[in-house]
Design a protein around this ligand. Sequence first.
Ligand code: SAH
Ligand code: SF4
Length: 408
Amino acid sequence: MRFGPGRPDLRGCSLSCLAEELARLGERPYRARQLFRWLHQKGAASWDEMTDLPQELRARLGERFDLYTLTIQEEHCSSDGTIKWKWRTVDGLFVESVYMPHGDSGGSGLEEDDVQDDEGAPRNRRRRTLCVSSQVGCAIGCTFCMTGTMGLARNLGPGEIADQVHRANRRLVGLGLGPAPRPLTNLVFMGMGEPLHNFENVKSALDLLLCQDGPNFSHRHVTVSTSGLVPQIRRLGEETQVKLAVSLNATTDSQRDRIMPVNRRYPLAELLQACRAFPMKQGRRITFEYVLLRGVNDADADAERLAKLIAGIPAKVNLIPYNDGPGLSFAAPEPARVEAFRDRLVRRNVTAVVRKDRGQDIAAACGQLAAEGGPGDPRRRKAGVEHPGNGPLAPGALPLSLEGRGQG
Ligand code: SAH
Ligand code: SF4
């Protein structure tokens, strides 16, 4: 079946929205759940797969909705088991997801030994984590990040965000890398984009991914990472139960202003206040990511300040030695400096781990995700092509208004 542009993305619809739609079509209520399972449990890529739905119903739905799916543009497998997929969207843009076996991560903030990050799961549970993208590019413009150099092309829709998980699950089953239908055990929103800058769509995607009739992820196994959008951190805490990671990356405002422009809008004191107020169930912790940049933020004094800044917050620090990217002018500290930094933190009773290099040989590590399809790419301007992330960009999106402190 072929569909024209402009219809809503069926995969972005909630179960209740499907139920309403099917009721309008005079269908029995159980059909909604059946359809939802096809979309989000089995990850159906086409109407033809939905064999137990009447042909005539599929055709009628096809008149109202598009059934988008991401397609694999590239697949890169690292010697350490990491797999990076470059997906093509329906309008010809590219985003990436990274699969990390064992659950420790290229920046996911999760480590195998971190039992509290995996509460409720047996200690020896095998983790398979997917690092998910939320936007094509990113508007935040951190100076050390490849994705930040792209600018923001557009938000991903809820269906596109969820579909990264579905495509990855299917592919992993195909490769014999985990049990069907859902090899993935954990999700981290640490791919391309700033998830909280695309709040509504990310939240809708979370609802799809956490739904019992969908892939049924536990909120304990889903982490959303942010550069520090304070109002949206509050909303995330109020409206979801997923875990929070914050890319701190600096210990003074002047330092952070320089490498993360978002700090001019939401300075450290406000950001940490929001972290302190973030609702956390017992045993839950916030992950603070800290990219170590040689000569910029890697001094002992930074470690001391970092420990002070987060004192009293149930937290762990994930130290990420800088990964080089073309055109970026930073360097990673020597390994001994990294260890010394970590030791300082540990002596202040801060849980701190140094992220293992993963997927370096395939540029899948933190901050190395950048694909064609950014604002400079002519392909993204394909006239008249509707995309499932449609609707206006989040308020203040293009460009992110960074003037003034502490506004909005
Ligand atoms: N936009 C969100 C999530 C995606 S970025 C955020 O910033 O939190 C995922 C992580 O990669 C962030 O912690 C970021 O600080 C880190 N990162 C970005 N560029 C990097 C680089 N060049 N080297 C190492 N880590 C980097
Ligand atoms: Fe965007 Fe995160 Fe990269 Fe900053 S680090 S530019 S917020 S993706």
